[in-house]
Design a protein around this ligand. Structure first.
Ligand code: GLP
Length: 264
């Protein structure tokens, strides 16, 4: 795992977008693992700008999102399908047929996870998985005690998560209490992981995720087991990390980061 600390959210987002854009340019048929949440909204705006101004080409990309609320169909404004169409897919030249989320409206609740896993496998696996982190330390919707080997499945949401996300619903009571989510094991199978974390309210959980012991209580700690994970955060989210100077030294000295050092 590497941790890159940028001075503010805008530069953490810009670095994440730059890495993604470089990856898409190097491999136009990249399989992207995508995430939702407030943190990602500005990232998707940044990618849309790059599409418009620099010709960043999504036409051959495929995507698989982490999760979807159970009981919401794609035309529901609070579904993650709606979010993705709104913030990214409808604003770039990705082929909608190549964009995938679990089907929140399916009647086959037990079969959906297996179907989704097969679709990921058929696409050759996820090349780069983008992640945020929830207040419980969840990645996707892998709430505390999710098996670190779990696969895509339905999951009951923790009260803290319901409290975190229900304000996004017109009527907070309407927030589903269950979701489909890629498993921790599914996420660990991706070629590279980028976790983007901004804001002081994430400082405590980020310190536990990065520097604490690996535990099923905090599914993001499983990323310590992944051979190619980079955490990109701002100063506020990094505040409680104990080894900040070391992480900064790596960014300032390792050749792989040279081209990104002067990025705004
Ligand atoms: C939801 C998503 C997570 C996301 C989290 C953080 O719970 N399932 O994938 O990381 O929100 O959201 P925010 O960026 O709004 O803090």
């Amino acid at each position: 795992m590497e941790v890159i600390i940028r001075k503010d959210a805008a530069s953490a987002i810009n670095l994440t977008a730059e890495i993604l854009a470089d990856a898409i340019t190097a491999k136009p048929d990249l399989v992207l693992g995508l995430a939702t949440g407030r943190t990602m909204e500005n990232l998707y705006d940044n990618l849309v700008e790059r599409h418009k101004n620099e010709g960043l080409d999504f036409s051959l990309c495929k995507s698989f999102n982490l999760d979807e609320y159970i009981g919401l169909s794609g035309d529901n404004e609070n579904s993650y399908r709606y979010y993705m169409n709104h913030f990214l897919f409808n604003r770039v030249n990705i082929d909608l047929r190549n964009t995938h989320l679990p089907d929140g409206a399916t009647e086959d609740l037990d079969g959906e996870g297996e179907r989704y896993e097969q679709a990921i496998a058929d696409a050759g696996g996820v090349d780069i998985q983008l992640l945020g982190i929830g207040r419980t330390g969840h990645i996707g919707f892998n709430e505390p005690l999710s098996s670190l080997m779990s696969r895509t499945r339905q999951k009951a949401l923790a009260p803290v998560t319901i409290e975190q996300n229900s304000p996004l619903f017109d009527n907070p009571e309407d927030m589903p209490k269950r979701a489909f989510t890629m498993g921790v094991g599914t996420i660990l199978d991706s070629g590279k992981v980028i976790m983007l974390v901004t804001g002081k309210e994430k400082a405590e959980i980020l310190a536990k995720a990065v520097e604490g012991p690996v535990t099923a209580m905090i599914s993001a700690t499983a990323l310590q087991l992944h051979p190619n994970t980079v955490v990109i955060c701002d100063e506020e989210a990094a505040e409680l990390l104990t080894e900040k100077d070391y992480y900064k030294w790596i960014f300032d000295n390792e050749p792989e980061w040279e081209k990104y050092r002067n990025l705004k």
